[in-house]
Design a protein around this ligand. Structure first.
Ligand SMILES: [Zn+2]
Length: 502
């Protein structure tokens, strides 16, 4: 609960409101009016705030704290109006089952309230002068507190000094970055590198779209998050982190999956899209939607120790689009994602950093790569391939058949392969199938059924001779795509006796 009050705060009454028998801890923060600021002697203060905006934003903050820290109760009251030295300006009380969460939640709420609420103060000095502090512009223009507070010239110039010294940037370039709007889709391994660099570079509006929550298996490469962030929203956590990296920029979080229905809305109005997804269908959807709207996409894809990088720019038609390179969404069994085939964390970070670099160059009007860059980090090699528009391209060719976004173009291939069997088909078949669990050792957390043998995926890929040619096999795993990848690969080597469970 949050309140703006123009009267002295009644602390005992506030404290009574947060009392509850489930809580083992109560942390209270009090902010007082002090008698000095930046070397000047202060006699009194006046606070003003946009009541409606304060209320909405404060309730958001309280809800965030409730979901992050599992607090039992939280109340915050902020004074407005005239205050004398020593008076209570803000009171915040948080109760929780344990003291750790109560301390953390209290700290989080007060920091966010100071950062995000449109409240500003006028200081009355002992020398008779009075001044709106930090937030003068807020009062004049009604801009959001954080943005205007930091847009003061001095902070701007100091923050970006090292970057503005570059002849390619300067003040004009920095302002160009401030006016830029970029949407980053995917706040995972690539996004973890892209996002802080965009924020640091001063991209004025950064959108972050990711439907997912932080999981343990993300942390080795998704450096934006901590162990304690599980299972919170990546988009929201990333946005919060970026606001701390650079309070002068605006950051918007979209906790949604990119689908045909929302892609145009998400892409619209941006100067640039950065594709940090790990899903082929989404990559095509995003790319096509952006291309049709004339918006460039900075693309990257990861595969184990390798990364690809390209900038698809509709204004640079001669270089073609992504579909000129790869016309159709790949068959899921031909290429695995990071979840199936693994990825080295640093590879994601390195490729994300390169994406951020191309993005910043593009926003500054500098030349970006027109090639398809392939980095092999294991071999330490980099290859760059020329790209050229194909006249037969389904998107940018002479007779394109993709002229708008249709859901049916991005659905996974539903065609059933003859070697994919349902449980019933497997049981009814005369193949006398031997079940093989293909999970890796570390993926198995319960005992295997006695009729199932265990040969890990990695072992079969490197040593297919483990299988007898006299026997038919059925591969099983919770990840059906991985089974399909293995069957496809072995059948290409001439082994017709392998099947996968649908
Ligand atoms: Zn094309």
């Amino acid at each position: 609960m949050f309140q703006l009050c123009d009267q002295s705060l009644d602390v005992p009454a506030l404290k009574k409101e947060i009392e509850n028998p489930q809580s083992g801890a109560c942390v209270i923060f009090e902010g007082w009016v002090r008698n000095h600021n930046e070397g000047r002697s202060v006699d009194a203060l006046a606070y003003e705030g946009y009541a409606e905006l304060c209320q909405t934003e404060a309730e958001n903050i309280m809800a965030e704290a409730a979901s992050r820290y599992q607090i039992e109760k939280g109340i915050c009251c902020h004074r407005v109006g005239h205050l004398e030295i020593g008076e209570l300006a803000v009171w915040l009380g948080v109760t929780a089952r344990h003291r750790g969460t109560a301390f953390e939640a209290c700290r989080y709420i007060i920091d966010q309230i100071k950062l995000r609420l449109p409240i500003w103060k006028k200081e009355y000095y002992s020398d008779g002068h009075a001044e709106w502090v930090n937030c003068r512009e807020c009062a004049k223009h009604g801009h959001s507190h954080t943005q205007v507070h930091f847009n003061e010239e001095k902070t701007f110039n100091s923050y970006y000094k090292r970057q503005m010294l570059l002849p390619q940037v300067g003040l004009a370039g920095q302002q160009q970055l401030r006016n830029a709007k970029v949407m980053v889709v995917g706040a995972g391994g690539l996004g973890s590198a892209v996002l802080p660099y965009l924020a640091g570079a001063g991209v004025g509006l950064i959108g972050i779209c990711d439907h997912d929550e932080v999981q343990l298996s993300n942390l080795h490469r998704q450096t934006l998050y901590t162990y304690e962030d599980q299972p919170l929203s990546k988009a929201e956590l990333a946005a919060e982190r970026l606001r701390k990296v650079n309070p002068m920029i605006e950051v918007a979080a979209w906790k949604e999956r990119v689908v045909a229905d929302n892609v145009n809305r998400l892409v619209e109005g941006n100067d640039l899209i950065i594709d940090c997804t790990d899903n082929y269908a989404t990559k095509y959807l995003l790319h096509d939607a952006a291309w049709l709207k004339g918006i460039p996409v900075v693309f990257s894809g990861l595969y184990q120790w390798e990364g690809q990088l390209a900038v698809f720019h509709p204004e640079d038609k001669g270089k073609g689009c992504m579909r000129c390179l790869w016309p159709e969404i790949p068959d899921p069994f031909s290429m695995g994602t990071c979840a199936q085939v693994g990825v080295m964390g640093v590879v994601a970070g390195s490729m994300g950093t390169l994406q951020a670099l191309e993005a910043v160059k593009l926003l500054l009007g500098l030349e970006v790569t027109g090639k398809l860059v392939l980095q092999d980090f294991l071999a330490g090699e980099r290859h760059a391939f020329d790209r050229i528009r194909r006249v037969s391209c389904p998107l940018c060719g002479d007779n394109p058949n993709i002229t708008e976004i249709k859901e049916s173009n991005y659905l996974p291939n539903q065609t059933k392969e003859p070697w994919q069997l349902s449980e019933k088909e497997a049981a009814d078949s005369k193949l006398n199938l031997k079940r093989v669990d293909i999970r890796e050792e570390f993926e198995i957390d319960e005992p295997l059924c006695c009729e199932t043998v265990h040969i890990p995926f990695s072992e079969m890929m490197s040593n297919p001779d483990r299988l007898s040619s006299e026997q038919n096999y059925l591969f099983v795993s919770p990840d059906g795509i991985k089974c399909g990848m293995l069957v496809r690969s072995l059948r290409e080597k001439g082994m017709e006796n392998v099947y996968s469970l649908l």
